[in-house]
Design a protein around this ligand. Sequence first.
Ligand code: NAP
Length: 280
Amino acid sequence: MSALKLDGKNLSAISEDSIKNRVADLLKKSINPTLATILVGADPASETYVKMKRNTCARVGMKSIAVELPENTTTEELLDKIQDLNNNENVHGILLQHPVPTQIDERKCFDAIDVKKDVDGVTCLGFGNMSMGIDAYGSCTPAGIIRLIKHYKIDVQGLNAVVVGRSPILGKPMAMMLLNLNATVTICHSRTQNIDTIIKNADLIVGAVGIPKFIKSSWIKKEAIVIDAGYHPEKCGDIDLDGIEDIASAFTPVPGGVGPMTINTLILQTLQSAEKSLAN
Ligand code: NAP
């Protein structure tokens, strides 16, 4: 039997239609949902990501404010800018594009974002709340993966889930989200030994390692659920997906799987923050 394709492109398109309607409802109530994007320096990949995020805002009728700071910005200057945006009641979400230039204390700047506006899920407080099951915006890539899994009614309870990668924006929050859904979670990283053996025992695998086709299809157990968060210029992810339809029970394609869900989740969480501001 051929594996179920977890189609993030399709789900994000469906979600965009619903977000558009909710934005229109807010506009009628004089709330203009607004995402502030902060780009420090001129890294071409970061510029592209920010542009894609702003374009998505425009497609759903949401406002975005572009803050562009020079390469030599200091931590204090960036903190001041974040404080301005925290204090601006017309801003509902703040996205600080990662990575920032090395002279900046990125963690300090992430944590300066008001948790109510942390729609990208990057603050320690947001991560802690999410981990403890307290209402919080999740980091967008893992939160998008969870939305995709739920959309296809995949129950991860009791599954042996293996997350390969432990970055603050992806692997760690992914592991906590799966744990909160009652999966039994193993996290692998660069010092893990015998990764192939660990993966061979996994019912669900998340590739978040940043190395093209690092996880081999021969390591994947029959009927496993395969989630590939990676994306590389070669148009492949972190998992070798050749022949995966005949091995897995479900899988995310690359492109068109996890990628579209990330930006969609950012926009959705910005909308939710704007909706909450109406309730206050
Ligand atoms: P990252 O910060 O570079 O983290 C990579 C993780 O993989 C680290 O925890 C690292 O372990 C681990 N790792 C590196 N080499 C390894 C090895 N040989 N064996 C086992 N583990 C190893 O990357 P990231 O930001 O989490 O991104 C991971 C992937 O997701 C990338 O392909 C990226 O392009 C993709 N991504 C996609 C989206 C999207 O929107 N679709 C968003 C973000 C990221 P250590 O901690 O021990 O160093």
